[in-house]
Design a protein around this ligand. Structure first.
Ligand code: PEP
Ligand code: MG
Length: 324
């Protein structure tokens, strides 16, 4: 099926109204990397580092992580890679760690909460990233940050690690870009200072949607009730776009919805112009973006919202059908 999209692989994802959308791929294993050139992705917008931890039956050593990250950076060459620090807990339980038996794991001790409370593994990971970069630029982002202070504390860990590497006489990256995922509604309402301070934000739509609607992302029964194209959710996302544009904060979206063509064009229409998705989705998403007038689609979304529709999906589908 990918052959269908070879003719547009090298083309930029530019909409009919001239908006340039940048499409990145999500990855997590070395086996994903050959998809970087073949998918037409402009970089890796989300490298889920926990997969390296989940596929083993014991904690990986720092040396192994350096080797893995180095191979990822080598394979990416000039294309950017955003490494997300360990996102464990909730649906991702490491087989060699004691499960923490929480009644609500999705709302529990996970991701950056673990990283800050028990920083050993995150420190090892950051050190491995710095060593793998060996002077090359590095981009790091933290999962599941719910408030400004958590971002600051996590960034301090990176800065401390850099200082240590320097002391040891090792090369440190020429540029380190430090950002965060936005996966809880709380972070969308953080102070202006946060938006000015963070170097980039990536919306984790899977978790953000689960918390926005209070609907477990793993529970088919409740998950399906709430459409991503629900007016409330789109309006909420638009608010984040607005805040980021006021502070000049680069913003992307990396949940599964970015890889669904209809959802992707709607996200682009409300101003999300950087989307990261599984490699196989890049072709279909790009193809639809290239055939869509995002300004006109935005009007369709606004009209549907004005009319009081619960979800803009039907109106959007009708518009896209009529416009080929
Ligand atoms: C998300 O929550 O949207 C996300 C990209 O992270 P993950 O799916 O790994 O939780
Ligand atoms: Mg998430």
């Amino acid at each position: 099926a990918q052959e269908r999209y070879t003719s547009i692989r090298q083309k930029p994802a530019t909409s009919l109204c001239g908006k340039r959308v940048t499409l990145f791929m999500n990855a997590g294993l070395l086996a994903d990397l050959p998809s970087l050139p073949t998918s037409g992705a402009e970089g890796v917008g989300l490298f889920r580092t926990e997969l390296q931890f989940l596929i083993r039956n014991q904690m990986p050593r720092r040396k192994e992580l350096v080797e893995t990250y180095k191979r990822v950076m080598d394979a990416a060459g000039d294309k950017p890679v955003v490494f997300r620090t360990l996102d464990i807990g909730s649906d991702k339980v490491l087989p060699y760690m004691k499960p923490n038996d929480e009644p609500n794991p999705a709302l529990g001790w996970r991701a950056i909460r673990v990283g800050l409370d028990k920083p050993g593994v995150m420190r090892m990971q950051i050190q491995a990233l710095l060593r793998a970069a060996n002077g090359r630029p590095l981009s790091v982002m933290f999962p599941f940050v719910a408030q400004y202070e958590e971002f600051r504390a996590a960034r301090d860990e990176v800065q401390k690690a850099v200082a240590i590497e320097r002391k040891l006489g090792r090369a440190v990256p020429e540029k380190i870009t430090i950002g965060t995922m936005l996966e809880t509604p709380s972070l969308a309402y953080a102070s202006k200072k946060f938006f000015e301070d963070v170097e980039f934000i990536s919306i984790g739509g899977n978790d953000l949607k689960q918390f926005f609607f209070a609907a477990d992302r793993e529970n088919e029964r409740v998950r399906r009730r709430y459409d991503t194209l629900n007016v409330s959710f789109l309006t909420f996302l638009e608010g984040i776009v607005q805040r980021c544009s006021e502070s000049g904060t680069p913003l992307s979206f990396c949940g599964e919805d970015a890889g669904r063509p209809i959802e992707a064009v709607c996200l682009a229409a409300i101003g999300l112009h950087k989307l990261s998705m599984r490699p196989a989705s890049i072709g279909p998403v790009k193809s639809l973006i290239m055939r869509t007038d995002l300004d006109a689609l935005y009007d369709v979304i606004c009209d549907a919202r004005e009319r009081g529709e619960q979800s803009v999906r039907e109106s959007v589908l009708e518009y896209l059908r009529w416009n080929g």
